[in-house]
Write a protein that binds this ligand. Sequence first.
Ligand code: DP6
Length: 325
Amino acid sequence: MNAAVTARAHTNIALVKYWGKANTDLIIPQTSSLSLTLDQFYTETTVAFDEGLTSDHVSVNHQVLTAQQASKVHNFLNLVRQQSSRTSFARVTSVNHVPTAAGLASSASAFAALAGAASRAAGLSLDRTALSRLARRGSGSATRSIFGGFVEWHAGHDDLSSYAVPLIEKVDWPIAVVALILDSHHKKVSSRQGMQNSVNTSPYYPAWKQIVADDLAAIKPAILAQDFTTVGETLESNAMRMHALTLSAWPPYSYFNGDTLTAMQTVKLLRHEGIECYYTLDAGPNLKIFCKATNVATIQTRLAQQFGADNIIVAQPGPGIQFLD
Ligand code: DP6
């Protein structure tokens, strides 16, 4: 057996979303996107290639996956085997760390950690750009989780040109993201399926590409200038316009549930009361509320009254990929 390697990667929340692929095999997106890596949610993955194995062996959160469940991981390991001199199968042990049973396991942290651990275990020493490109092949959002802080994924046009770059890795800005868990079940329409459906059927898709270009042009200087209002307004409108692509697809669908709408109303009320904060959502009903660190306690108290204290997780900007001994 070759030496085992363990990597830890954090998940990220997109402020300007990735929602659509130009190339589904290589996971080249239709647009660039921008995210903030979070400290609270991460995946630790250990990989060892082992000549004694007759297939890849994958466990997630101490549960062994069936061959079918492990097929994405197996395909990903094939890429690593192609790039390296390894031919043997691998043992992969992955654990998702989330503060509660929130069901916030994310393909972003999972494939970023797997890219790091598998490439090193296979004897490759990839720089972070190459790691970002490799992680992209597992899941688009994983491209950005190689880096900490504010990160932009340059769409590019092929495997070589599509990777993430850090905008600010060490965030020296007292901001927080309050995650509100409204439903921890598995999503009915995966992001993979949902975004493809939007690309293929939403008449608004061409407008989305322009929206993303405009939002990126607005949010990058605003982040650098710590202009909280512009960052907040941009991320909230970007999220709503992404979700408009699901409502305008055929067949139409939505990731919102009733509580999602109630929670959006609460954020607006808080704003009205002078607590400036903004929400965003990914392919699910849970809100992530972008706020100033000084307002976290007030926001937490308000949300706890409505939705229960157990359903709230406060995150700060988090680091990029780390290798553990
Ligand atoms: C709404 O990265 O999960 O979170 O590339 O098909 O694996 P695949 O999709 P995934 O999609 C993320 C969608 C999003 C927005 C974002 O993270 O930018």
